[in-house]
Design a protein around this ligand. Structure first.
Ligand code: PGA
Length: 263
């Protein structure tokens, strides 16, 4: 894992946007895995800015979101469909017919999960997946205890996740109890994964998944098994890492090597 520690959340967003832009310049029809939540918002804002400035085009890009609540209509103000359209898709030159999210209103949820997996497969797999992390170490809605080989499926949300997400709803009772989520195994098939975390409330989860053992109790720790993961943190989220000096040193060397090779 490449651990990049930056001073603040704005720098994290810019770095993540750089990774997206570099990929799309090399591969204009890239398949992107997208996430919702507070963390990637700054990245989307930065990508919107660059799109408007003519620096990058999403015209040929395909996207797959990680997850969607079950039972919320897609036009509900807190559905992930609404989140993505409001915060990203309507502001860029993307073809929305190539923007995919699981259908949380499907009558046959198991079939919908299979359909979503096949759609990703048919698109050739995900080139770059962006992830946030829950305070309990979840990625997407893969809560602690999720199989590290899991595929897209229906998951019950933990009370902690519902409490964390209740800030977007009028009341805790309004937060859905169930979601469709890509599995850990699905996520691990992306070619490159970039996980962002900002703020001290993520520091324990970050330490546990970067420096702790691989365990289904910390689903993000499965990323240790993936050959190309970039973890971009602000100083708050990095606050409990015990090997921070080493990560900074490795990053410095990595940057020197990349500037020599012209990357
Ligand atoms: P957040 O959520 O970005 O809103 O903190 C992250 C997550 O739960 O994966």
């Amino acid at each position: 894992m490449r651990i990049v520690i930056l001073p603040d959340a704005a720098s994290v967003s810019r770095r993540a946007a750089d990774v997206f832009c570099q990929l799309i310049k090399e591969l204009p029809d890239a398949v992107l895995g997208l996430a919702t939540g507070g963390t990637p918002l700054g990245t989307y804002n930065e990508l919107v800015r660059r799109n408007r400035a003519g620096e990058i085009s999403f015209a040929e890009v395909t996207t797959f979101n990680l997850d969607e609540y079950v039972g919320l209509p897609s036009n509900h103000e807190q559905s992930y469909h609404t989140f993505m359209h409001q915060n990203f898709f309507t502001h860029i030159d993307i073809d929305v017919s190539r923007c995919h999210l699981p259908d949380g209103e499907a009558t046959d949820l198991a079939l919908e999960c299979q359909r979503y997996e096949k759609l990703i497969d048919d698109a050739g797999g995900i080139d770059l997946q962006i992830l946030g992390i829950g305070s309990d170490g979840h990625i997407a809605f893969n809560e602690p205890g999720s199989s590290l080989a899991s595929r897209t499926r229906v998951k019950a949300l933990t009370q902690q996740t519902r409490i964390d997400n209740s800030r977007f709803f009028h009341a805790l009772d309004d937060v859905p109890r169930v979601a469709i989520t890509m599995g850990v195994g699905t996520i691990l098939e992306a070619d490159h994964i970039i996980l962002l975390a900002t703020g001290a409330s993520k520091a324990t989860a970050v330490r546990d998944f970067v420096e702790g053992p691989v365990s289904s109790m910390v689903p993000a720790s499965a990323l240790q098994l993936h050959p190309q993961v970039t973890v971009v943190l602000d100083s708050g989220a990095a606050g409990q890492l015990t090997r921070r000096e080493y990560y900074d040193y490795v990053e410095q060397i990595q940057c020197e090597l990349e500037s020599k090779s012209g990357n």
